[in-house]
Design a protein around this ligand. Sequence first.
Ligand SMILES: NC(=O)c1ccc[n+]([C@@H]2O[C@H](COP(=O)([O-])OP(=O)(O)OC[C@H]3O[C@@H](n4cnc5c(N)ncnc54)[C@H](O)[C@@H]3O)[C@@H](O)[C@H]2O)c1
Length: 381
Amino acid sequence: MRKIRIALIGYKGIGRMHSHGYRNVLTFFDLDAIPILKIICGRDRDSVCSARDKYGWEEWSTDWTEVVRRKDVDLVDVCTTNDLHCQISVAAAKAGKDVVCEKPLARNLGEVLEMVRAVQAARVRHMISFNYRFVPAVRLAKEIIEEGQIGEIHEWRARWLTELMDPTLPLSWFFQKDKAGYGASGDIGSHIIDLAQYLVGTVIEVASSSQILTHERPIEGGGGRMGRVDVDDAVQFLARFEHGAIGVFEASRCAGGYRDEFEIELNGSKGTLCFNSKILHELRYYSTMDDKRVRGFRTIFVGNEFHPYKESICPYGEIIGRSDVFIIQAYEILRALATGANLSPDFKDGARCQAVLEAVAASSISKKWEIPDYSQIDAKV
Ligand SMILES: NC(=O)c1ccc[n+]([C@@H]2O[C@H](COP(=O)([O-])OP(=O)(O)OC[C@H]3O[C@@H](n4cnc5c(N)ncnc54)[C@H](O)[C@@H]3O)[C@@H](O)[C@H]2O)c1
């Protein structure tokens, strides 16, 4: 049984979920690998030490440069602020470690290309944590689409809404371009861009508009001083896909009453599919192939019969939850590493999303259709 020794860099928000996945994956899944929660890393000594104890890691550190070089680490999982994704992933790849990195892959396409080249040059395996791809209902949607059950896709519609417009909220890293790269577009929009490219195909052109609605926020620990917000609070864009479908996207941090909720919808020549992130176990499906007298939307419970992880997680048709998705993600990571398979979605998928993000940002300024630049993503090193 292979032991996979993991280093987790960043553990506060999403890192906690990754930690939960690694710690609990063997409770549900059979694997030919055992995850060893080797070392957890953060900035603050007391907090990271307490996280080690609470989450069950062997060691802690405040120095990621030392952690990624350790001989007793096989996999580096990057859950930090976006400004460090590139540096940490590149250093880990150079040290021969497999790398998992959170989305968006980095702050801009230049950094992302550097990451793609580094993992290719080092021949390490790599993954971006677009974890919604592991939701059983999304997997079923992909199967239904690939079987042609909604026909040729004509339209894609996606919106991700959340509520962060309170002007007293501090100027955290999420509102700063030098740390985050993008605002709502990269933070929440990246997930729906990835799902669009996963379920529909490559985005070839975008026309976008973005807004900053709160221009200044209190600086954290700044004694009432204000700092400038320089990333988008909201973005709306149209997209054209490679096979002729049209997409409508919206990502907003200014939607009162919404807490990190997204909806996607695909309209095809033979039917429609809808998914809402607050009901992870459901798909809505409409088929023009049904007898007209009984035609209408039906709600599919993606329970034990259908989903690909049915033997392991929620086997008796229970409702899947957000934290279960990170157990599935941990399973997919460890299964690939144990069997020598590649990880998916990988850094190239992250780069394809980033190319769209760059085109969206460019279009918001130029007020013209812009073409995502994928040309360097597949270039050989
Ligand atoms: N996949 C998802 O669904 C999802 C959800 C939320 C966040 N994210 C992504 O996860 C990443 C982290 O977001 P978050 O919400 O957890 O942010 P957060 O602010 O809660 O956590 C950031 C973490 O980065 C660590 N960090 C920062 N600088 C560091 C350094 N120099 N050395 C070591 N650690 C350092 C901090 O200690 C902290 O643990 C972002 O890239 C974000 O986009 C992904």
